[in-house]
Design a binder for this molecule. Structure first.
Ligand code: NAD
Length: 469
């Protein structure tokens, strides 16, 4: 069985302890992930600190290395995508897309010119310039739902801006990130990219290290809050991409047959394990019955299976804890009077599968509606008055994404502007424009990833005043 090593200072490191990683579709072993000791985390941060000055000094070398990273990923798309499918569960066609997206992200930054220094004043007395400086060592901590692209969205801009980096993948899906480290070992100078693996305690040790100057984190609200508090003691910079509880509003004029498929996938893609999936569906009462019927029909002919089976549309939940959480949310909703239109149970087969589930009869005050389910279960809630739907959508501590579905695009755009969401869609959900910044309102995050705003997070500004006398 393959053991996957850490990457520290340009060398692969086996460890005393290794963690078994299971295929969530079969509960069979996929491989073993080296578990970093605190000393190995410290060694990774020290290596990143030593590599920083040389890396920061040569922007052309950085772009060349990022271009090479893109081509190495393209050459290894198949094994990397298969490993993601095996440890995370998603169908291979989507994990192939994930790796292609990661290669495209490296390519984008390989060709990206950092914003030029601004000259604020330039005369006989003084020159005043605004320049960017990299921060130093960045810690990148990632979740299990889309492991490679979520890391590369941090890694590529952070390295492009002149920082060095220590990455810590989720303990549920560490293998693909460790393989990425192995593939990129000789692409970057020693110490520029380091990968350590392990559970939250490893992440916590990394995020408290005094030489880490910025933490870029994607994960749950609870961990994000903890990281934010921990970062305060030495004022580390933080970027937090956290959970969501996205509402989709279907207005009375929507064309149900035309939108049902897109709504279904907006909620169920990756078995609902998407930060900005549709997690609450508010439907005008006149369309409630036909829309529920269309979603139920779609759910009932969805093919569940291993990500490696080309017929599979939906894989399992990625880990047992998440399966248990989804089961508990459904049981609680039933206790509170929910109607389960389809699904609602774990199918009788190995693996962490849960049948795609459509539920009604619950609203605010029930955990399935108030919290992030992060699984293949969608509560559908009827409304009579669109103002009431807007109020319910916004009555949430989350603010990641939201969508409005209508044949009147102007009205859709007007309503979506009133929803508390960093990502807002009309007649779609999930599509993310590659150059656009992504960030959540309220508990869904702090700062932005991607685009110019995201790039800015990896530098500090320096105002340089030069007196001419
Ligand atoms: P999680 O918060 O449990 O874990 C995320 C990462 O943090 C893991 O690597 C984990 O080991 C590490 N970690 C745990 N405790 C830590 C600590 N005290 N200090 C430092 N690191 C620690 O999240 P998860 O369950 O892996 O991921 C699912 C969550 O991620 C969902 O809420 C989802 O919405 C969110 N998410 C958000 C986005 C986004 O872009 N906003 C994208 C994907 C996922």
């Amino acid at each position: 069985m393959t053991h996957y090593a850490l990457l520290i200072d340009g060398q692969l490191h086996a460890t005393e302890h290794a963690d078994e990683v299971l295929d969530p579709a079969t509960e069979q072993t996929v491989g073993y992930a080296a578990r970093a000791s605190h000393a190995q985390v410290d060694a990774a941060v020290d290596a990143a600190q030593r590599a920083f000055a040389g890396w920061a000094a040569d922007p052309q070398a950085r772009r060349t290395a990022l271009a090479l990273a893109a081509s190495v990923l393209r050459e290894n798309t198949q094994p990397l995508a298969e490993l993601i499918s095996r440890e995370q569960g998603r169908p291979l066609r989507f994990t192939l897309g994930e790796v292609a997206g990661a290669a495209a992200t490296f390519d984008h930054y390989a060709g990206f010119e950092a914003p030029a220094p601004e000259v604020l004043r330039d005369d006989e007395q003084r020159q005043v310039r605004l320049e960017r400086r990299p921060l130093g060592v960045v810690a990148a901590i990632t979740p299990w739902n889309v492991p490679i692209i979520l890391l590369v969205l941090k890694l590529a801009p952070a390295l492009h801006a002149g920082n060095t980096l220590v990455a810590k993948p989720s303990e549920h899906t560490p293998l693909s990130t460790l393989l990425l480290g192995q593939l990129l070992k000789d692409v970057f100078p020693a110490g520029v990219l380091n990968i350590v693996a392990g559970d939250g305690a490893v992440g916590e040790h990394l995020s408290h290290h005094p030489l880490v100057r910025h933490i870029t984190f994607t994960g749950s609200v609870a961990t994000g809050k903890r990281l934010y508090a921990g970062a305060s003691h030495d004022l580390k910079r933080v970027t937090l991409e956290l959970g969501g509880n996205d509402a989709a509003l279907v207005l009375a004029d929507a064309d149900v047959p035309a939108i049902a498929e897109a709504l279904f996938w907006g909620a169920f893609w990756n078995s609902g394990q998407v930060c900005f999936a549709i997690k609450r569906l508010y439907v005008h009462r006149s369309l409630f019955e036909p829309l529920v019927a269309a979603l139920v029909a779609r759910a009932q002919h969805t093919r569940l299976g291993s990500g490696l089976d080309p017929q599979t549309e939906l894989g399992p939940l990625t880990n047992r804890q998440q399966l248990e959480r989804v089961k508990a949310l459904v049981a609680d909703a039933r206790d509170q009077g929910a109607v389960v239109h389809t699904g609602g149970a774990q199918p009788d087969r190995p693996g962490y599968f849960f049948a795609p589930t459509i539920i009604s009869g619950v609203g605010a005050g029930v955990a399935l509606v108030d919290e992030e389910q992060f699984g293949p279960v969608l509560p559908v809630i009827a409304f009579d008055d669109v103002e009431d739907a807007i109020r319910q959508a916004n009555a949430s501590p989350f603010g990641l994404g939201a969508s409005v579905w209508t044949q009147d695009i102007d009205q859709g755009a007007a309503i979506v502007r009133r929803l508390d969401a960093g990502l807002a869609w009309v007649n779609q959900h999930l599509d993310v424009h590659p150059g656009a910044p992504k960030g959540g309102y309220k508990w869904s995050g702090l700062g932005y990833e991607g685009g110019a705003r995201g790039y800015d997070a990896f530098s500090d500004l320096q105002v340089i005043n030069i007196a001419r006398h």
